[in-house]
Every structure is written in C-alpha cells, then in structure tokens.
Design a protein around this ligand. Structure first.
Ligand SMILES: *[C@@H]1O[C@H](CO)[C@@H](O)[C@H](O)[C@H]1NC(C)=O
Ligand SMILES: *[C@@H]1O[C@H](CO)[C@@H](O)[C@H](O)[C@H]1NC(C)=O
Ligand SMILES: *[C@@H]1O[C@H](CO)[C@@H](O)[C@H](O)[C@H]1NC(C)=O
Ligand SMILES: *[C@@H]1O[C@H](CO)[C@@H](O)[C@H](O)[C@H]1NC(C)=O
Ligand SMILES: *[C@@H]1O[C@H](CO)[C@@H](O)[C@H](O)[C@H]1NC(C)=O
Ligand SMILES: *[C@@H]1O[C@H](CO)[C@@H](O)[C@H](O)[C@H]1NC(C)=O
Ligand SMILES: *[C@@H]1O[C@H](CO)[C@@H](O)[C@H](O)[C@H]1NC(C)=O
Length: 614
C-alpha cells in the first residue's frame, strides 16, 4: 500500500518537527491504525507545549481506551483519557475525533491506536504502583504496544528460548545444548558426544572432536565445546586431542595438556594408556622395587646382579640366571649376559649349577668367564687352592657372602720340599707342568733331591735340585728343603778335585768325600755358609787321617820327628828345626822356645821344614 507508507513518512517528519518523542527509526508503526490527520497536528503545533488544551468535539467519536467520561464541547482532557501512561496534556483529540496520546511516560510510547504501549522487546510491569516497560526476559517474546501490567509477554514454546528483549516469536530459538527440529519446530536436546551453543536454529549439534566425548555421567545439556572431555588415553595439544605416549596415561573425562607419566623407567604396553595401573611394564635393565596393589610399578632399580631384566614384563621384572650363573654387573637385559664366573665350571650334564673347581692335589683353576665344562688342571702332582676372594651374590635371597675361588694360575702351587717342572713329553701345544715331592734318601751320595723352603705358586719351572751331601729340612709333604755337607766331608767337583771354596751351587758338586787329611770339615751348606769349606789344620800340623770334622782333630805333626804338644808341633828331644838357609837368611825366624825342662826344640813355624837330629 504505497499511499499509506507515504503518509507515514509525512507523520514521522512532522513528529520530529514538533519535538515529540519519535519512535525508534528502526521501528515500524503498527499497521492497523488510522491515518493521522494533518489538521490535528497543526493544532497542537499552535498550542505549543500547553499541559491542557481546549478542543472542539466533532462527531461522536469516543476515547479509544481509558477515558470513561464523556466530553461535552471544549473541556479539559485528562492525560489518562488516552492511557495512564500518557503525559499530562498530551492526550489530544484527533481530526477524526479520536483521543490520541502524543507523549507517553515511563518509557511508554504512543501507539497507533492512540494509546501508550511498551516498545517491542519490553512489557509493562507494575513496581510499587508505577508501571514501567521492562526488558522482555530470556525465554519470552514481547511484541510491545500494551500498557497494562503483566500483559504483552509470551513464552517461547516447544522448549525454545530467546535472549532478553525478544520482540517476536521468530526470536525463539533452540537453547544451548539443543538443536532445532524444523519438522516439529521444537528444541531437541543434543545427544551425548555432541554439543550446541544454541541461540540459533541449528539443525544439528556439533560433534565432539575425535578423542573427545561428553562425560557419561553428565546428562546434559551440552552447551559448548567445553562439555567435550578427553577420552581415556588422550591429552590436549593445541586444543586437539592426542593419544597418550607410551609410558604415560590419562583416565580421560578431563581436559589436560599432558598425560601422567609412569614412574621413571616404567612404561605401558603402548600408547593410549588409561590408568596408572597400566604402568606395569619395566624398561629393559630395570626391576621393580615397589608395586601398588593395582600392579602399577612405582619405583625401580637397575636389575640385580646374577639376573637379567628383559624389559616389557611386569613386576618383579628380573629372572635369575640359569644354573646359578653370574652376570658381570647389574643392569643386564638378556640371558646371554649370564656366564660361568672365574673359579667355576659349567657341568656338561646341561642341568647342574655352576660348580667350583676342585682344589687340592691334582687341583684345577678356571680363569675368565667362559662356560667351560671343566676347570683347567694345574698339572699332575700340582696342588690348587681357592686363593682369590670373591663375593658370591644370590639373586633369590638378595644376599652376598664372601668366598674364595681358584680363578687363575696363582691357585696352582706346590709345597716347600716339592719341585715343579715341565713334563718331559709335550701335552697339547706345550709342556704340561708337573709337581712332585723331592726324592729323599737318607745318607750321603744317595742321589737325593731337595726342594725350596718356600711355596712355589703359579705354573713355573722350579725343579728339585740334586743333593750330593746330606738332606736337611723337610716340607709339609716330606720333601727335603735343603742339602748340606755332612761334618767330616768335603765337596768334590766334577773334575774330581775337592772344592776348597764356598758359594758354589750344588749343581757343581759331583759328590762329597771324606774331609782330606790335614783339614777338618765342620759341614753345613756351602752355598751360603763359608764355614762349610774344608779348613787347613796349620803349618806342620795335620790330622790323623781323612774325615776330620773338628779343629781338635788337627792333633798330629807332619814331621815324624816332631810331636804335638800344647796346641803345636815341636821337635822331639834331640831334634832341632831344620832350615837350610838359617842363620845366614835373616828373613827367616826361629823362635827358640824351651819347655821348663829345656828339652824340647823350637816351635815349628813358617819356613821350618823338619826336625833333624842335632
Ligand atoms: C632410568 O633410566 C635412565 C637410563 O638408563 C637412567 O639414567 C635413570 O637413572 C633411570 N632412573 C631411575 C629412577 O632408575
Ligand atoms: C642352583 O643355583 C640357584 C641359585 O643360586 C639355587 O637357587 C639353586 O638351589 C641351585 N640348584 C642346585 C641344584 O644347587
Ligand atoms: C680379599 O682380598 C683382598 C686383598 O688381599 C683383601 O684386602 C680383602 O680384605 C679380602 N676380602 C675378604 C672378604 O677376605
Ligand atoms: C779342578 O777345578 C778347580 C777349580 O775349578 C781347580 O782349582 C783345580 O785345579 C782343578 N783340578 C784339576 C785336577 O783339574
Ligand atoms: C767321589 O768322587 C771321586 C772323584 O770322582 C771318586 O774318586 C770317589 O770315589 C767318589 N766318592 C764316592 C763316595 O762316590
Ligand atoms: C832366604 O830364604 C828364603 C826362603 O827360603 C829364600 O827365598 C831366600 O832366597 C833366602 N835368602 C838367601 C840369601 O839365601
Ligand atoms: C823374627 O822373629 C822376631 C822375634 O820374634 C820378630 O820380631 C820378626 O818380625 C820375625 N821376622 C820374620 C820375618 O818372621
């Protein structure tokens, strides 16, 4: 109806010119009213802002709303004749004989019908006797245009809602957590794992992103993306759900930026773990120390010794080495790190535990960590002992005990009085060592042998030595530990001569023989005892025969005309010492001594060869 629209424009412009409260420019006047006559407006203009005016009543039109009094001719019109909300003096008779209010109070606006009404989006509310236009509450729509308290408010239906100040039913939308069903024009709650921010006509709810879900216990409505929580086993990275890394977990139904890590060196079977109990797998080389009832491992330590920890197993996580074998250190990860330690062998039966090398005579040792089926025998007649101290750790009881093992050739030994030598025939790649008690036959020149006074340790050539004299000392197993020249004997060298020197080795001595005449032999070990060499009796003095063992046996005189008296030889009575050169050779001395009887000749000293008759 273009004509009517044109008229509205005229009215609007005039209202502005008259400083009447204009309607909102965005508002469209209700289309049901009668056109406003220009004449009426002109009258008001000439009377200005007078609070009350006199008008001539034409025709028989009556008050449009609240006026109940009849008006005769020019009379005062009360403002409430139009509406109680009409400002005093603003209720005027229009050209068409209608009372119209042109200025309303309390936020009311003139209506097309001539009354006052709330603007759209508001409705009249009586507060302590004063009616004002109040903003339409959420969930309702208020078309405006009424002035009686409580009127002009309508609820959105079908579960729909509105924001505050809605003017029309078209502003009723689905609330948050709901979508709008076009077929029923009703709000429908979002199903689980979806959400809706509402206040629109969403035809469906938005799905939670992958890895997110609504809480099972939460019955909704799900009004925003915040209703979407992480699924178990996920965390948020840049607000995107990401599956938990292996070794961490998240129970989900939360919004966390990290998964909870397992204890150090504890892990899960894979990514996406959902509870602490999933932290039940050990990292390689570690064993469990504390385990929760749930199976969660809460503390670890490096794998114990003599066991291995393969990892990705549950507590306790360690397996003892088979057959009592050892590892070289803790923290091992595989069975092939179990070995037979030094001092032990691995019996060939395939089932028995590692066993210590046998010791004692014909004993053995084992060096290194090889899984030999037997220890290495030191050699025939050689002993071994467990001489290396070790700590034996039992992984089952987690206890250590000190022990000794034969773990290298130093375990091989022979006792004092024994000899160790290469065997005569080759064994394998070389000569085996052999040990034996030295040959002991009492008596001189018995081809005896003797050993050392000390233990012989390790495998070394240290044979028994031949003894030409008399065996002395003995070792624990009976062999002699020394050799000496018996008293009254002297050593004979290989050239057949008596050895008058000392400090030689026994190998240079062929045999011993009676101490030569004119000497005495106290005996002993001439290799370290100078007194063991033959000692000469002295000038002119001799022994009665071979085999003297003491200086007192030098009690004979070389010269038969002399006699042994008082520790020396003197010429017998009637004999005098002969010196071919005396007395002309002044370098020779003749000590003339006489006994008390004066019968005994001079003591024979150097240079005097014999006693001759005077
Ligand atoms: C975990 O393992 C690493 C690497 O082997 C190690 O450095 C760290 O000390 C271990 N932590 C614990 C608590 O065992
Ligand atoms: C073998 O050694 C293990 C570990 O030391 C021990 O528990 C087990 O009793 C031993 N078995 C035999 C038959 O000695
Ligand atoms: C093992 O031998 C070493 C070196 O002789 C010694 O210091 C240590 O005390 C010994 N340990 C035991 C338990 O005998
Ligand atoms: C035997 O050897 C010793 C020393 O080696 C020597 O003094 C002596 O003259 C030798 N005797 C003979 C008979 O060769
Ligand atoms: C010692 O050796 C010498 C010289 O070879 C020999 O004459 C003598 O008979 C031997 N004595 C003994 C007891 O064998
Ligand atoms: C004196 O006697 C010594 C020893 O017998 C001899 O060597 C020396 O030549 C003699 N002197 C004289 C002058 O005869
Ligand atoms: C000879 O005898 C005298 C007196 O006893 C002594 O003083 C002198 O040194 C001796 N001379 C020799 C060469 O022995």
């Amino acid at each position: 109806m273009p004509q009517r629209t044109w008229m509205y424009w005229i009215l609007f412009l005039l209202l502005v010119a008259l400083k009447l409260p204009p309607a909102s420019s965005s508002r469209t006047l209700p289309g049901t009213g009668t056109a406003v006559p220009l004449l009426t407006l002109a009258v008001q203009r000439h009377t200005g802002a007078a609070a009350q005016v006199f008008v001539s009543r034409h025709g028989s039109s009556s008050s449009s709303s609240s006026s109940s009094s009849s008006i005769q001719g020019r009379q005062l019109l009360q403002a409430w004749a139009c509406s109680k909300q009409c400002a005093p003096g603003s209720c005027l008779l229009s050209n068409y004989g209608q009372l119209r209010c042109y200025t309303c109070l309390n936020g009311f606006e003139p209506t097309v019908q001539g009354s006052c009404g709330c603007p759209g989006g508001r409705y009249p509310v009586d507060s302590l006797g004063t009616v004002t236009c109040v903003r339409c509450p959420a969930g309702s729509w208020c078309p405006g245009g009424t002035d009686s308290a409580g009127s002009g408010i309508n609820s959105c239906s079908n579960g729909l809602t509105s924001k505050q100040g809605a003017k029309t039913t078209a502003q009723c939308v689905n609330p948050p957590g709901f979508y709008y069903s076009a077929t029923t024009a009703a709000a429908v709650q979002c199903p689980p794992n979806t959400y809706s921010t509402g206040f629109g006509w969403q035809s469906s709810c938005a799905s939670c992103p992958g890895g997110l879900m609504t809480l099972p216990a939460d019955i909704g409505p799900y009004t925003s993306a915040a209703a979407c929580r992480l699924k178990p086993g996920y965390y948020l990275r840049s607000w995107q759900p990401v599956v938990c890394n292996q070794g961490s977990w998240n129970a989900g139904l939360n919004r966390v930026a990290t998964c909870t890590p397992c204890a150090a060196n504890v892990t899960t079977t894979g990514p996406g773990a959902t509870s602490a109990a999933d932290c039940r797998y050990l990292v390689k080389g570690y064993e469990a120390v504390t385990v929760a009832v749930s199976g969660e491992i809460t503390a670890v330590r490096p794998c114990r010794q003599n066991a291995y920890c393969p990892g990705y197993v549950t507590a306790p996580g360690w397996t003892a080495c088979p057959r009592g074998m050892w590892t070289k250190s803790g923290g091992r990860t595989a069975q092939n790190e179990c070995f037979t330690p030094p001092g032990y062998f691995l019996p060939a039966d395939g089932t028995s535990n590692i066993t210590k090398c046998t010791t004692g005579v014909n004993g053995a040792y084992k060096s290194g960590w090889g899984s030999d089926a037997a220890c290495t025998v030191c050699g025939p007649g050689i002993y071994s002992d467990a001489s290396t101290n070790v700590t034996v750790y039992d992984p089952v009881t987690d206890t250590s005990t000190p022990d000794y093992v034969a773990s290298d050739v130093s375990a091989c030994f022979v006792y004092p009085g024994m000899g160790m030598a290469h065997q005569l025939r080759r064994v394998g790649n070389g000569y085996q060592f052999v040990g034996a008690k030295c040959n002991r036959v009492e008596g001189v020149n018995q081809h005896s042998t003797f050993g050392y006074t000390t233990y012989t340790r390790g495998l070394t050539v240290r044979p028994c030595r031949r003894c030409a004299g008399q065996l002395i000392g003995s070792g624990p197993v009976g062999g002699a530990t020394g050799c000496a020249i018996p008293a009254g004997y002297a050593a004979v060298g290989y050239n057949g001569s008596v050895l008058f020197s000392t400090g030689y080795v026994w190998a240079r001595v062929k045999n011993v023989t009676l101490c030569p005449t004119g000497f005495y032999c106290v005996g002993g070990d001439p290799t370290n005892d100078a007194a063991a060499q033959p000692a000469a009796c002295g000038t002119g003095i001799t022994t009665a025969g071979a085999g003297a063992s003491d200086a007192s046996q030098c009690n004979a005189c070389v010269d038969t005309n002399a006699e042994y008296t008082g520790g020396s030889c003197r010429c017998k009575a009637g004999y005098t010492a002969v010196n071919m050169d005396a007395p002309s050779n002044s370098s020779l001395n003749v000590t003339w001594q006489t006994n008390q009887a004066g019968l005994i000749g001079p003591k024979l000293t150097t240079g005097y060869q014999a006693c001759c008759s005077v």
